[in-house]
Ligand binder design. Structure first.
Ligand SMILES: [Zn+2]
Length: 63
């Protein structure tokens, strides 16, 4: 399911943010390692793909 963007708090983690709580990479992050936001991060390719194929999340929806 689509969630607010989050990323790892670790400086040595991949600099990507996730927008889906079903993302395998996102699920690997521990609760204490999640920071809300997209600062300094690229969109996670897996999350982008998931969002693109999700019918209930049409392009142009409010962010
Ligand atoms: Zn992701």
């Amino acid at each position: 399911m689509h969630v607010r963007p989050y990323h790892s708090a670790r400086s040595n983690a991949p600099h990507v943010f996730h927008e889906d709580d079903d993302c395998p990479a996102g699920r690997n992050l521990a609760w204490f390692d999640k920071v809300e936001g997209t600062e300094g991060c690229e969109p996670c390719p897996q999350c982008v793909r998931t969002a693109a194929t999700r019918p209930e999340h049409p392009v142009g929806a409010t962010h």
